[in-house]
Ligand binder design. Structure first.
Ligand SMILES: Nc1ncnc2c1ncn2[C@@H]1O[C@H](COP(=O)(O)OP(=O)(O)OP(=O)(O)O)[C@@H](O)[C@H]1O
Length: 254
């Protein structure tokens, strides 16, 4: 990759990535020869039956799990072969995580949770970052909630705090694992609209694992995994079409 490709290039590149678990005599092939680009400014949903490799894909992409073979670039950095410390540092600056369970620290206020990645990285947000956080907090309606502990916030507010925390450092990519799994329908829609906005208006790359066809329909692109392989890539499908796609896939596997 040359410098030009890097600056405009994908957030994550995976080439011929495999991940095998278990003993060699009885291996479990969680990922098989996966090659995929996750683009910047794009909201990608990752779908597939239970056990198809979605979590493994996200973990390997984040450097939380090691590929058995293949190459992975996060932004411009190859992550295969980096030691644990280097991976942790790379994750801190390049990845924002959003989880179903929000993963806020219960003893910290919303504001402290949002600033936690900066604290962990050992520096305070600079003026530009402060302004960016204030903008996110304001546009997500959290300004008068900053002093609240997570237990004093609704599920939707907690997830919005988690999303501000993920967006605050302008990471290369946000990895979201069922981010609306614990939310009601209306709040889910708000969170999904927010992720769509983050991709469209802020140029934020996002990869989201979901089983929910409605959630996936908010994404620009849907990657479908089956048995450790990417078996399809789709755009512009409505929830019914996504549902049919998954039902057919499960029928084919049965
Ligand atoms: N640490 C591990 N040790 C052994 N096998 C594993 C491990 N992690 C995952 N697997 C296996 O790898 C395969 C893919 O698992 P993975 O969790 O990535 O699937 P998934 O699509 O995320 O499933 P779900 O939708 O149920 O969360 C499964 O067969 C799983 O049992």
């Amino acid at each position: 990759m040359n410098a030009n490709e890097i600056s405009t290039g994908p957030a994550v590149v995976m080439r011929h990535v495999s991940r095998t678990y278990g003993d060699p005599a009885n291996p479990v092939h969680a990922l098989r020869d996966v090659s995929v680009d996750i683009r910047r400014s794009e909201f990608t949903a990752v779908m597939g039956p239970s056990g198809s490799g979605k979590s493994t894909l996200m973990n390997v992409m984040a450097g939380l799990d090691e590929a058995t073979s293949g190459q992975i670039w996060l932004g411009q950095t190859p992550i295969v072969g980096l030691d644990d410390t280097a991976r942790t540092l790379l994750r801190r600056t390049n990845i924002g995580f959003v989880f179903q369970s929000f993963n806020l620290i219960p003893t910290l206020t919303a504001d402290e949770n949002i600033r936690l990645p900066f604290v962990l990285a050992g520096h305070k947000p600079d003026a530009v970052q402060q302004a960016w956080i204030a903008h996110l907090v304001g546009s997500l309606g959290l300004r008068d909630r900053l002093d609240h502990l997570p237990s004093q916030l609704s599920g939707g507010q907690q997830q919005r705090v988690a999303i501000v925390r993920a967006l605050a450092g302008r990471p290369t990519i946000i990895l979201a694992d069922e981010p609306t799994g614990a939310l009601d329908t209306r709040t889910s829609r708000e969170v999904l609209t927010l992720l769509t906005t983050a991709a469209r208006e802020y140029g934020q790359g996002i990869a989201m694992v979901t089983h929910d066809p409605v959630a996936a329909s908010y994404a620009d692109r849907i990657l479908v995994l089956a048995d450790g392989r990417i078996v399809g890539e789709y755009r512009g499908l409505d929830p019914h079409q996504i549902s049919d796609l998954l039902i057919n896939l499960q029928g084919a596997a049965a």
